[in-house]
Design a protein around this ligand. Structure first.
Ligand SMILES: O=S(=O)(c1ccc(F)cc1)C1(c2ccc(OCc3ccccc3)cc2)CCCC1
Length: 277
C-alpha cells in the first residue's frame, strides 16, 4: 500500500524510499569509511605536524633554498607535490563508489581534483601564527620559495591555507571536504556524469550529516566558497607551469616526475595513476 501513489501520498512513499536507500548504506558508514581512508592516506598525521610546528629552517637553510636555481627549486616542489598526490590517489580509490566509476571518469576526477585535495590537506601542515608550511621536514615561510620566481602563486597558496585554517575544520570535516572536492560532477569530459553525481550526493550527505552533528551547518556554504578559490589556485598553478615549461622545457620533460607531467602538464592518458582494475 505504501508504494501505491494512486492515493496521492508521495511523501510517505518518498520517506519510505529514502529510508530504504539509507538502510542499504547508512550515512554513518559512508562517513566512517571516508574518515578512515583519509587517516590511512594522509601522508603525515596531525599529531606529528603539531609536534613539529615550531621546527623552523635556520637563516642558512633558507638561504640555501633561495640560492637554488629556478629549475632546481621547481623540480624540488614538483617532486614534493607528486609525493602528496600519490597519497591522494590512494584516498580517492577508497572513497565508496569511486572504484565503481568508469576508468576515464576516475582519471578525470584525479586530474582535476588531486591538486585541490593536496591544498586542502596542506592546511593541516600550516602554522597560521607564523605563516609557515611543513616542507622538507620543517616549517617554511613564503621567503623560502623565492627561487621559484612565482611569488603570486606562493602567496595565493599561503593565503588559501590561512583562509581554510580560519574555519578550524576537524579531521573528519577535512576528510569529508576532501572527498567532496574530488567527487565533482561538474568536471569536463566526464563520460558518466550521472553516476559521479550519485557518488557526490552520498559524500555531500555525509558532510552535511557531520556538520549537522557538529552543529556547524553554516560551514557548508563557506566550504563551497573555498571550492571556487581552489579552482582559481589550480588554474594559476597550471598557468605558471606552462610559463616555466617554456623557459625550461628539458627540465620538465626529463626531470619532472612522470605523474606530475601527466596530471598537470599534458593531455596524455594516465597509465601511472595505478587505478587499473
Ligand atoms: O610543500 S610544498 O612543496 C609547497 C610549495 C609551495 C608552497 F607555497 C607551499 C608548499 C607542497 C606544494 C607543492 C606544489 C604546489 O603548487 C604547485 C607548485 C608551486 C610552485 C612550484 C611548483 C609547483 C603547492 C604545494 C605542499 C603540499 C605538497 C607539496
Amino acid at each position: 500500500a505504501y508504494l501505491d501513489c494512486s492515493q496521492g501520498r508521495p511523501q510517505t512513499t518518498t520517506l519510505l524510499l529514502l529510508t530504504f536507500i539509507a538502510a542499504c548504506c547508512p550515512i554513518e558508514e559512508v562517513c566512517a569509511s571516508i574518515v578512515r581512508s583519509h587517516r590511512e592516506t594522509s601522508q603525515y598525521r596531525v599529531e606529528e605536524l603539531q609536534a613539529l610546528r615550531w621546527k623552523l629552517f635556520s637563516r642558512e637553510e633558507i638561504h640555501a633554498y633561495q640560492s637554488k636555481s629556478m629549475d632546481e627549486m621547481w623540480q624540488h616542489c614538483a617532486l614534493r607535490l607528486t609525493d602528496a598526490v600519490q597519497y591522494v590517489v590512494e584516498f580517492a580509490k577508497r572513497i565508496p563508489g569511486f572504484r565503481q566509476l568508469c576508468q576515464n571518469d576516475q582519471i578525470v576526477l584525479l586530474k582535476n581534483g588531486s591538486m585541490e585535495v593536496v591544498l586542502v590537506r596542506m592546511t593541516r601542515a600550516f602554522n597560521t601564527e607564523n605563516s609557515t608550511v611543513f616542507f622538507d621536514g620543517k616549517f617554511a615561510g613564503t621567503e623560502l620559495f623565492k627561487a621559484l620566481a612565482c611569488s603570486d602563486l606562493i602567496a595565493a597558496v599561503f593565503d588559501f591555507a590561512h583562509s581554510l585554517c580560519a574555519l578550524r575544520l576537524t579531521e573528519q570535516q577535512v576528510a569529508l571536504f576532501s572527498a567532496l572536492v574530488l567527487i565533482n560532477s561538474d568536471r569536463p569530459c566526464l563520460e558518466e556524469r550521472g553516476r559521479v553525481e550519485r557518488v557526490k550526493k552520498e559524500v555531500e550527505l555525509a558532510l552535511s550529516h557531520t556538520l549537522h552533528r557538529d552543529n556547524q551547518e553554516g560551514l557548508m556554504n563557506k566550504l563551497y566558497q573555498k571550492v571556487a578559490i581552489l579552482k582559481s589556485l589550480c588554474s594559476l598553478h597550471i598557468e605558471k607551469l606552462r610559463w616555466f615549461r617554456q623557459l625550461y622545457p628539458l627540465t620538465v620533460h626529463s626531470l619532472f616526475p612522470p605523474l606530475y607531467k601527466e596530471l598537470f602538464a599534458s593531455d596524455t592518458d594516465l597509465p601511472l595513476l595505478g587505478i587499473h582494475h
